[in-house]
Design a protein around this ligand. Structure first.
Ligand code: 23J
Ligand code: MN
Length: 256
């Protein structure tokens, strides 16, 4: 049997199922808040065009608007200054092969429950590999924190000194990029970086190092607790926005 015929049969029997890793686009879903001197990402907005009424008797449709980094979303290399001159760095130009790939899920939920500023380090990645095997080249790596189960103010966890949410160290990201040659890195929080990532070196190391190396980001993921540590396939094509720095998207995983 061909690989895809095998997949089709497995989908039909339910031996392979889809898991939705996406939050619903909703005006109430928080967006990242930058210091007030900077421009801000827009929340999701929607307005009705018609609903089987005088504006359109037989049809319902709406117009929506949002930022490129609103809700569950994809970060392209050009999003960060370190990736600004790379080829194929915008969402419309990234090779589509990057949007389907094996996924490794690093469970940091216990650590994040204990410490809202938890930083995933190289030691923790190596401990994960001792159990699950080496992260293969071309993999997506997702940091599970169960942060997606929080809502409202708890989700951003903003305080006077900024956000307090978990993320990776710069060494961890450098290790994943240089030694493991990952495709991208994803989180359940509002950024690929920790809330206090501005104080790391370089500032926002996940953004700086990933995108400087042409790697990709996913943020505001959900349901990572439904994924196995290895063996699933991630499907994450962003919208094909001309020159886009990122985009909201539906993220799915195929799971045995
Ligand atoms: C702009 C500036 C800083 C950050 C971000 C955006 C994101 O996290 C993002 O959504 O890409 S940290
Ligand atoms: Mn983003």
């Amino acid at each position: 049997m061909s690989a895809l015929a095998h997949l089709a049969a497995s989908l039909a029997t339910g031996a392979v199922k889809t898991v939705d890793l996406t939050h619903t686009l909703d005006p109430d879903f928080p967006v990242m808040i930058l210091p007030p001197e900077f421009g801000q990402c827009a929340r999701f907005r929607v307005e009705e065009v018609s609903r089987y009424d005088e504006r359109g008797p037989g049809w319902y449709w709406r117009n929506f608007s949002c930022g490129e980094h609103t809700g569950t979303h994809f970060d392209a290399p050009i999003h960060w200054i370190s990736g600004r001159d790379l080829p194929n760095a915008t969402v419309d130009a990234i090779p589509t092969s990057a949007f389907v790939g094996p996924v490794c899920v690093l469970d940091c939920s216990a650590e994040a429950a204990e410490d809202e500023d938890y930083l995933l380090d190289v030691e923790a990645i190596k401990a994960w590999e001792a159990t699950h095997g080496e992260i293969p080249a071309g993999a997506w790596v997702l940091m599970r924190t169960d942060w997606s189960k929080k809502s409202g103010a708890e989700y951003l966890n903003m305080r006077e000194d900024g956000a307090h949410t978990p993320g990776p160290t710069s060494e961890a990201i450098r290790f994943l990029v240089e030694t493991r040659e990952i495709l991208g890195f994803g989180t359940e929080t509002v950024g690929t970086d920790a809330g206090q990532g501005a104080h790391l070196s370089p500032p926002y190391p996940a953004h700086y190092i990933l995108h400087g190396a042409g790697k990709l980001g996913l943020q505001c993921l959900a349901n990572l607790d439904q994924l196995p540590a290895t063996g699933a396939i991630l499907i994450c094509p962003p919208l094909k926005i001309k020159h886009g720095s990122g985009s909201p998207l539906r993220v799915l995983a195929l799971v045995e």
